[in-house]
Design a protein around this ligand. Structure first.
Ligand SMILES: [Zn+2]
Length: 58
């Protein structure tokens, strides 16, 4: 029985300050539907502080 795997688009979360990709996450359906670019405050190891992380380009 063949199961159809739904593609889950991967997303990079890139630090706005140093442009380093610190997190990888899967896009949720809601995010895709909304079509908005995420921006989250996350901890950046390079900056050693919480910075804004945005969806990184491929
Ligand atoms: Zn950073």
């Amino acid at each position: 029985m063949a199961t159809t795997k739904k593609k889950r688009p991967k997303m990079k979360l890139q630090c706005e300050v140093c442009k380093k990709v610190n997190y990888h996450t899967n896009k949720t359906q809601e995010m895709i539907v909304a079509g908005t670019k995420m921006s989250l405050k996350k901890f950046c190891k390079s900056c050693r502080k919480h910075t804004v992380h945005k969806e990184g380009k491929k």
